[in-house]
Design a binder for this molecule. Structure first.
Ligand code: ADP
Ligand code: MG
Length: 225
């Protein structure tokens, strides 16, 4: 196993908006996240943070360049293996929680584990442990609509860790919350990440949040500045 959890090399990605001169969003992005390291990805809106995270999380493919997770080149893998890595090794957090509305907080964290063959009792115990660690265990049987924005997002953090990934990718994870709530919810996320020894790449345009991570990388004009 490599001591680099994530290694991106020479990533290029463009979008063709039906015109010959397509938009080049990533122009040769290379970056690394070491085991246990938490890296802030900072750039203004529209700079390509989401594009980069989707490629790193195997939700999208680059036009050029490679993505290695745990020392293994993912670019060369077939769909089935990519899906398995995405499900088992990578946790993804979006700006909006995307919890399933018909299920409780606990169930939202249990379901991905059941899909991975974990027995019900074990999945529930793990889900409860995660909810306790972010201080939302008191809302375990609430549906998302019966929780505050900050609580919903904490549950989404727990869900992203349900299958014990080694890499966490977060796309402006507190971007939807008011500043006071954002601060506390971000604390909960950092606590969860640190206590799990996870590697993480967290996109934000908030420099105060970035300063609380181990290192900041800036995305500028499609390159790491
Ligand atoms: P950020 O997350 O930093 O706000 P994005 O990665 O979402 O930036 O977008 C970067 C640029 O790529 C934007 O100009 C956006 O319009 C464009 N873009 C993103 N996704 C697509 C897509 N699926 N099709 C066309 N253009 C896209
Ligand atoms: Mg974005």
């Amino acid at each position: 196993m490599s001591d680099l959890t994530l290694k991106l090399d020479g990533l290029r990605k463009g979008y063709n908006h039906g015109k010959p001169n397509e938009v080049q969003v990533l122009r040769g992005v290379s970056l690394q996240v070491a085991k246990g390291e938490v890296v802030a990805l900072v750039a203004p809106s529209g700079a390509g943070k989401s594009t980069l995270l989707h490629i790193a999380g195997l939700l999208d493919t680059p036009d050029e360049g490679t993505v290695a997770i745990g020392g293994e080149d993912m670019t060369a893998l077939g769909d089935r293996k990519r899906t398995s890595v995405r499900r088992n090794d990578v946790g993804f957090i979006y700006q909006f929680h995307h919890l399933l509305p018909e299920f409780s907080a606990l169930e939202n964290i249990v379901l991905p584990q059941l899909a991975n063959g974990i027995p019900q009792a074990e999945a529930e115990a793990h889900a409860m442990d995660l909810l306790t660690r972010v201080g939302v265990d008191g809302r375990a049987d609430h549906r998302p609509a019966a929780m505050s924005g900050g609580e919903q997002q904490r549950v989404a953090f727990c869900r992203s860790l349900a299958n014990k990934p080694r890499l966490l990718l977060a796309d402006e994870p507190t971007g939807n919350l008011d500043p006071g709530t954002s601060d506390r919810v971000f604390d909960a996320l950092m606590e969860l990440v640190r206590s799990s020894g996870l590697s993480a790449l967290i996109a934000t345009h908030n420099l105060e949040l970035a300063a609380r991570m181990d290192r900041t990388v800036k995305l500028e004009a499609g390159l790491i500045a």
